[in-house]
Design a protein around this ligand. Structure first.
Ligand code: GLN
Length: 488
């Protein structure tokens, strides 16, 4: 029965655990063995913790045997992007500046999962401080796409998406500031959800751009994403931007809510830059919903082309201020040849940060500097409002929007590494959703001729995750792409 447990969904594994056909120890062992075998090629993890998780799995088995299962995820392995604090565990953000930093406290998302019995397994690789779309900005290693090891897994949560796709974990957490959950999910052929801003507590998430950052799950199926969201969603007094939303039963709403829905297709998302092969799969997906009785409505998001500039002004401004705390005094890396305080700041930061992080700090500092603040930062905030209004208008006519997640399938490692602008464009369809604070999910919708996964993005109304998940699940039931696995 332990055959390829690592490729099963949490829902399926939960049933096997309940029926005592497998144990949580067997399950984590299967994930550990799988990881040992393929990790030298995939390099999704920055750290794993074998002994600790086996002990946790034993405890989970004992709970189940005593009839005290904590949640549907009790005993299920969950990996976390190495940007979420976990007390006593290294938190590197894939940056040299935090290389030896140990978290003094635990993020709410991890704490809630652990309280639900999940086995917190492994810390996944990312672009340094989540700045990037390919994980090539990690200070430590490149992660390889399990579908083609010469390609990037997407980013910045590419370690998490690659780990799920490769069977190195069942579920993973990531963070999404401009697409960092959805884009890697699309490129690795798994499901990834960025919740509405405020639904999941950001407490313990190392901040990149605080008004855009959200934590969310990756899994092989929509249902598994729903059960993870169930646990991590909800108000937290430690995050002042966390919203007191009513949390419905997401899994139940998937079962109950069968549509038909009114779905919008934003015409601006199908213009120049969209790879023709990707376009075909998205059009097929739209057609599927239509065949199933959904009304498809063309909508317009007229300010869509302003999203990338507005994002790179807002996100860099916030990043320059958030990253000021890494000053060589309070956190780990301190330059050994600094002589005074100013020298400590500048040398430690020069040595500790990578090129992309420096580029963003410089850009953000410029944007916020006196004389430019109104011209750049304030203007970007006005544009942000326009973008949000575009969505509000579209949502007066439709329940959700269907778009590509990424304009292309996974590109080759090194292909865009020296061209930041073309890298920035890979988030063209995901970024405005963060600017507007909306929920968005990416689900696999096909494979290119090169056998690379393509993702469909579904964008929902604020706090309408229950409906969004139902729309996604409806597609997945008819297109169970999760049954196909990369051969590694
Ligand atoms: N790729 C985008 C960036 O580099 C988004 C990153 C993210 O969502 N964390 O900023």
């Amino acid at each position: 029965m332990s055959n390829e447990l690592f490729f099963k969904s949490a829902a399926e594994l939960g049933e096997l655990l309940d029926k005592k056909e497998i144990s949580a120890v067997e399950l984590i062992q299967s994930v550990i063995d799988r990881t040992k075998k393929i990790e030298p090629r995939v390099q999704a993890f920055l750290a794993t913790n074998e002994e600790k998780v086996i002990a946790e799995a034993k405890a989970s088995d004992e709970r189940r045997a005593a009839g005290k299962k904590l949640s549907p995820l009790d005993g299920i392995p969950v990996a976390t992007k190495d940007i979420l604090a976990d007390k006593g565990v290294q938190l590197t953000c894939a940056s040299k500046i935090l290389k030896n930093y140990i978290s003094p406290y635990t993020s709410t998302a991890i704490e809630r999962l652990r309280d639900a019995g999940a086995i917190m397994w492994g810390r996944t690789n990312l672009d340094e401080f989540a700045m990037g779309s390919s994980v090539e900005n990690s200070a430590f290693q490149a992660t390889h796409n399990p579908w083609d090891l010469e390609r990037i897994p997407g980013g910045s949560s590419g370690g998490s998406s690659a780990a799920v796709a490769a069977g190195e974990t069942i579920i993973a957490l990531g963070s999404d500031t401009g697409g960092s959950i959805r884009q890697p999910a699309a490129l690795c052929g798994v499901v990834g959800l960025k919740p509405t801003y405020g639904l999941v507590s950001r407490y313990g998430l190392a901040a990149f751009a605080s008004s855009l950052d959200q934590i969310g799950p990756f899994a092989r199926t929509v249902k598994d994403v729903a059960s993870t969201l169930q646990i991590i969603a909800g108000h937290d007094r430690y995050d002042s931007t966390s919203f007191k939303a009513n949390i419905p039963n997401y899994t139940e709403s998937i079962e109950k809510n069968k549509g038909p829905w009114k779905l919008g297709v934003p015409k601006e998302y199908f213009g120049e830059g969209l790879n023709p092969e990707v376009r075909v799969f998205i059009e097929k997906a739209i057609d599927f919903y239509k065949q199933q009785g959904c009304e498809i409505v063309e909508v317009s998001l007229p300010n869509a082309d302003l999203a990338i500039p507005a994002y790179y002004l807002t996100a860099t401004a916030e990043a320059s201020s958030n990253l000021a705390r890494y000053d060589g005094i309070r956190y780990t890396h301190r330059s050994s040849d600094a002589t005074d305080a100013i020298d400590i700041y500048s040398k430690s930061r020069a040595e500790g940060f990578g090129d992309e992080v420096k580029r963003r700090i410089i850009l953000g500092t410029y944007v916020l500097s006196s004389g430019y603040y109104d011209a750049y930062y304030v203007r970007a905030q006005k544009v942000r409002t326009l973008i949000r209004r575009d969505f509000e208008q579209a949502f007066q006519r439709v329940d959700a929007l269907l778009t590509p997640t990424s304009p292309t399938a996974a590109f080759k490692i090194g292909e865009k590494a020296t061209d930041p602008l073309s890298m920035y464009l890979s988030d063209i369809y995901t970024i405005s959703i963060n600017l507007a604070g909306l929920p968005g999910i990416s689900i696999p919708c096909g494979f290119t001729n090169n056998n690379l996964p393509v993702g469909l993005q579904i964008i929902g109304k604020p706090y309408a995750e229950a409906q969004l998940l139902a729309i996604a699940d409806f597609f997945e039931k008819a297109h169970p792409h999760y049954t196909k696995n990369p051969s590694l």
